[in-house]
Design a protein around this ligand. Structure first.
Ligand code: CP
Length: 333
């Protein structure tokens, strides 16, 4: 039987922006709200009526773009999607730049114009992976936060991917029915090129707000930023970390200390069924896109322990719960 939808108005009241877990007042409530939305996605088709969300992508996307569009449409919002890297003018990000080169429009001006068109601005702005300082300081997202006059939502920034992490929390909640805390292992996976830290950082940050035992497994030289992992146990031996795991979150990232480097790894860290046998019939998660047979094997990806597509579906309800909270705040004025 369907649980009737309850509008959780103001439970996460004053959600003025959504760029990290610290913008969520009550994580359990927003997970509950997302699960209710999943049962009845069209229960709030009026709250976005007459309002516009701008989805600005400075980087590629499949899931974030489409799930955000579906979520916004389910709430009655008008949706403007700008694939800025391909379709907009070449943007300048440096303050005080003399724009006599390739860049045509300053990000400050672009954001001021978005303010005229949008009631919510959502932006994807990956780490540049060139300057650790720029990335750690969120050199692009911070400009949106500074210049936007409407609520800002992160669609993945240099250091965090909060809509993904909320979807991950929803997925773990759906798949855990026991009384004890689940053991959740965030395990590093191989990759062919340097990958940013946003998903790993964010997952670590959000899991610390959940009632789980979190362990991070990565090779020597690949420890994530302590600002995100804090006191979480980090193990440099994958088999040891995977023992009795209930959830295994697979993700690559490059070195943080030797920024964006890829120190050599001699052991094979690709997740296989043989490695899964050591777990507590662990459910396998990945944010996607995944490089099959590099990060994890086909047999794991297509196997019965994979909840990866369910996780991708939950991106809709993660986005919809957040957009709904932001609209509550806008509509309350
Ligand atoms: N997981 C995720 O953010 O996917 P996209 O990069 O395709 O949006």
């Amino acid at each position: 039987m369907d649980i009737p939808f309850v509008h959780w108005k103001n439970k996460n009241s004053q959600m003025k922006k959504f760029t990290s877990v610290s913008d969520v007042k009550n994580l359990q409530e927003i997970i509950k709200k997302a699960l209710q939305i999943k049962k009845n996605p069209l229960s709030e088709t009026e709250i976005g009526k007459g309002k516009t969300i701008g989805l600005v992508f400075l980087n590629s996307s499949l899931r974030t773009r489409l799930s955000s569009q579906i979520a916004a449409q389910n709430l009655g919002l008008n949706v403007l999607t700008l694939n800025a890297a391909q379709e907009a003018w070449n943007l300048e990000f440096a303050d005080g730049a003399v724009m006599n080169g390739d860049t045509v429009e300053h990000i400050k001006d672009a954001i001021e114009v978005l303010n005229q068109y949008c009631d919510i601005i959502a932006v994807r702005c990956f780490a540049g992976m060139k300057s650790k300082e720029d990335d750690v300081n969120e050199s692009i997202l911070s400009q949106f936060e500074e210049h936007a006059k409407v609520p800002v939502i992160s669609l993945e920034s240099a250091t965090r991917h909060p809509l993904q992490s909320l979807a991950d929390c929803i997925t773990i909640t759906e798949n855990w029915k026991e009384e004890r805390k689940p053991k959740v292992v965030l395990t590093w996976a191989p990759h062919i090129k340097p990958i940013a830290h946003a998903v790993g950082n964010s997952f670590a940050e959000w899991m610390q707000e959940m009632d789980v035992e979190l362990v991070i497994a990565n090779p020597e030289g690949y420890d994530l930023d302590k600002n995100f992992t804090k006191d979480v146990k980090v193990i440099h031996n994958q088999d040891e970390a995977l023992k009795d795991a209930d959830f295994i979150y697979v993700k690559n990232w490059s070195s943080f200390d030797d920024y964006a480097a890829m120190p050599e790894v001699n052991e094979n860290w690709m997740l296989t069924n043989e490695k899964l046998a050591n777990t507590n019939q662990g459910k396998v998660m990945h944010c996607l896109p995944v490089r099959r047979n590099v990060e994890l094997s086909d047999e794991v990806m297509d196997g019965e322990n994979s909840i990866i597509y369910q996780q991708a579906k939950n991106r809709i309800f993660s986005a919809q719960a957040v957009f709904s909270e932001i609209l509550d705040e806008i509509n309350s004025k």
